[in-house]
Write a protein that binds this ligand. Structure first.
Ligand SMILES: Nc1nc2c(ncn2[C@@H]2O[C@H](COP(=O)(O)OP(=O)(O)O)[C@@H](O)[C@H]2O)c(=O)[nH]1
Ligand SMILES: [Mg+2]
Length: 403
């Protein structure tokens, strides 16, 4: 597999369906060359085959052809596992139906995609060999499923398929993520609280702080930067109510006490959680902290392996705080790196790092994978606010419920 663009920025489109339905042929038709293996013999494509392509105007895409989920025997079981793994990371799926049209087999795949909350459409392929696609099209309409009749060989409908795939790409492939700009108006004052303690790097601010300040300026608002000791005095001398107070999580308890309840209040890590991922999903995941039971295992996940420091936030502090918060006997397991553990399903909750080394697409993919596998996921920042009893307050500016 030759991946040139950084991992995670490619849109992943997976073609799934019966063997011989024409998945590889459709990928070829979309990409416009004969490279994927097309076969007269069912089941030639064993592992999910990846094919990279520049799908304009969207950008780089990886197509997977997953050989179907109907395999029998020992090798078949491996193929099904491999296919499921691809689906966990899929952004858009295409259910390819062949001459037989939509049968129970395709309906089963559709049910699975719906269960995993994967965006998909149905491509009725080999339209040149079929007299009547009407019944299938009606069934899809009744089910509220997007459907297109295509012919990989003749190229009929392939352009429409391409356009539909681009339109179905998740928002993060088309839109700039929001940091703080939508929360402030021109002329607003925003107070940013930056503790300068031993943990602060020498001679500079950290990236989330710099990004937030830049976004405040881009909104034509005024950013005031203070240490936690000056919050109370700054607020009383401002002569104007700030539109927002943003604090570093380390100082959140002290600052929360100094900021009046009617002033919108949040943390840099909450802003970053939304910027990098799906804040709503992460808040929902944090609910699990109230539902854990003795003996549950929590996965503490990091995107990169950094040098572990004494009193490390992910390895020491958060597990300690969660244990204190729940009063339960919990197990914590740690992992760092690219893939989630194979046995992800055994965890009651995943607590992921903020993902400073991941781009948004990659982080969202992790959030979705956890949800597809039925494991609630939250992140360090949201979990910290939760165990400090401040989650409801720091998510209020985003209009998220939680009261
Ligand atoms: N007539 C016709 N044959 C097709 C079409 N699409 C694929 N085929 C043929 O169906 C067979 C299986 O195609 P393939 O792409 O390997 O299917 P896959 O197993 O789903 O990847 C090949 O012989 C293709 O040439 C089509 O639209 N019309
Ligand atoms: Mg194939």
């Amino acid at each position: 597999m030759s991946v040139k663009a950084p991992k995670g920025v490619r849109l992943v489109i997976t073609l799934t369906g019966r063997r011989n339905a024409g998945k590889s042929s459709l990928i070829n038709a979309i990409c416009g060359e004969e490279i994927a293996i097309v076969s007269e013999m069912p089941g030639t494509t064993t592992d999910p085959v990846a094919r990279h392509h520049e799908l304009l105007p969207l950008g780089p895409v990886t197509f997977y052809d997953t050989a179907g989920l109907d395999d029998e025997g020992a090798l078949g079981e491996l193929r099904i596992q491999a296919a499921r793994k691809v689906l966990f990371r899929t952004d858009v799926a295409v259910v390819v139906a062949g001459e037989e049209g939509i049968t129970d087999y395709e309906k089963e795949i559709i049910a699975e995609l719906r269960r995993m909350e994967i965006t998909f459409l149905v491509a009725l392929n080999k339209r040149d060999l079929r007299d009547d696609t009407g019944a299938d099209i009606r069934w899809c309409a009744e089910e509220g499923i997007r459907v297109l009749a295509v012919s990989a060989n003749g190229g009929d409908g392939v352009r429409e398929l391409k356009e539909a795939l681009i339109a179905m790409a998740p928002g993060e492939f088309r839109e700039e993520p929001l940091l703080v700009r939508d929360l402030v108006n021109e002329g607003d004052w925003v107070v940013c609280v930056v503790p300068i303690d031993l943990a602060a790097p020498k001679g500079r601010l950290i990236l989330p702080q710099v990004m937030v300040l830049r976004d405040i300026l881009d909104a034509d608002a005024v950013g005031l930067v203070v240490k936690e000791r000056e919050v109370e005095e700054t607020l009383s001398n401002m002569g104007k109510k700030p539109a927002l107070v943003i604090t570093d999580s380390q100082a959140v308890l002290k600052v929360a006490a100094d900021v009046p309840e009617d002033v919108p209040f949040t943390t840099f890590s909450t802003l970053m959680a939304r910027y990098k991922g799906d804040l709503e999903a992460l808040v929902e995941g944090a609910d699990m902290l109230d539902k854990l039971t003795d003996g549950d295992t929590i996965l503490m996940g990091e995107a990169c392996s950094h040098h572990e420091v004494a009193d490390d936030i992910g390895r020491v502090k958060i597990p300690r705080w969660i244990t204190q918060y729940t009063g339960l006997d919990l197990n914590f397991e740690f992992y760092s790196g690219n893939d989630f553990p194979e046995d992800l399903e055994k965890y009651a909750l995943a607590v992921h790092c903020g993902g400073c080394m991941l781009n948004r697409t990659a982080m969202l993919r992790r959030v979705r994978e956890c949800r597809r596998r039925g494991v609630p996921i939250t992140n360090y920042g949201v979990a910290i606010s939760k165990v400090q009893g401040l989650l409801d307050r720091v998510i209020r500016p985003f209009g998220l419920a939680g009261e």
